[in-house]
Design a protein. Structure first.
Length: 177
């Protein structure tokens, strides 16, 4: 299941790179899957980590994903998928609001995603300083700070995990306490 998801994600993200870098996009889902695998041995949840961006960022449909991986994985990935018709702020607020009622599995998936993103942001912030924000759709540092604080507040049930602790430390490093 996990190998199948890795191959599916690699094909779906083929040719894509991370914003503002030449890094192949697939490295992000790979890292998310590794983070999730450090929290749980649930193969479907780890597979969902590999697939978490395919609905949002590729031409993969819900029907294709469900056919290949089943209803549970589709549900996990769909819960992590943003509605791109909304503004940046509306999408991020919807994510925070969703997490208030989300189950532990969805929260683990979000934690893996946000930690992977924050690792990249922190690395680039050390090298580039505040110019790092220019690569994002939302270019204000304070907006990103608000969003990640909202995420951290909704993931406190995972505060004993190493991933949560690392995310919190990176938040404090980049944004201050």
């Amino acid at each position: 299941m996990i190998r199948k998801a890795a191959a599916f994600a690699a094909k779906a993200h083929a040719g894509a790179v991370r914003k503002g870098t030449g890094i192949p996009y697939i490295y992000h889902p790979m890292e998310v899957a590794l983070i999730v695998a450090q929290i749980t041995d649930d193969e479907e949840l780890i597979a969902a980590a590999y697939l978490h961006d395919v609905l949002e960022d590729t031409d993969v449909t819900e029907e294709e994903l469900e056919s290949a991986f089943g209803t549970r994985i589709l549900s996990l990935v769909a819960a992590e998928t943003e509605d791109k018709s909304l503004s940046w702020r509306e999408r991020k607020q919807a994510t925070i609001d969703h997490l208030r009622m989300a189950g532990r599995e969805e929260k683990i998936l979000v934690l893996g995603d946000k930690l992977s993103n924050m690792r990249s942001t922190a690395r680039d912030y050390m090298a580039e300083g505040d110019t790092v924000w220019l690569r994002f759709n939302e270019k204000r540092r304070e907006s990103h700070r608000w969003y990640l604080k909202g995420i951290l507040d909704q993931l406190t049930e995972l505060q004993d995990t190493m991933a949560y602790k690392e995310l919190k430390k990176l938040y404090e490093f980049v944004y201050g306490a």
